[in-house]
Design a protein. Structure first.
Length: 105
């Protein structure tokens, strides 16, 4: 008898704990809002920054391993640094100004 009561109690506890997971959620609307143009620009600038920094890292590695000559390295590093700097500058809010993202020129 005690064994049956313990089993019923265990099943009841498991069902009580699992109840929130067994219910079918019915959200009102699961669609995400479209990002605002300002946020889209911020994401595009962050992606440009990440691409430029990754290319710089790869260029540095290739130069150090001897895959790229000094002349080719000097020719390629400047534009990559400018791209990364422009994206960073556009993402960085100016001190004393309202937070606004500017597209790089």
């Amino acid at each position: 008898m005690w064994l049956a009561l313990g089993a019923v109690l265990a099943v009841a506890c498991v069902l009580l704990v699992a109840r929130p997971f067994l219910r079918d959620p019915s959200p009102k609307d699961d669609r995400l809002d479209a990002p605002e143009p300002q946020e889209q620009l911020r994401v595009a600038l962050a992606e440009e920054r990440d691409r430029a920094l990754a290319e710089l890292k790869e260029l540095e590695f290739d130069h150090r391993t001897g895959k790229i000559s000094d002349e080719d390295y000097r020719a390629a590093v400047g534009p990559l640094r400018r791209r990364a700097a422009e994206a960073l500058k556009a993402l960085d809010p100016q001190p004393g100004a309202t937070e606004k993202v500017h597209a790089p020129s």
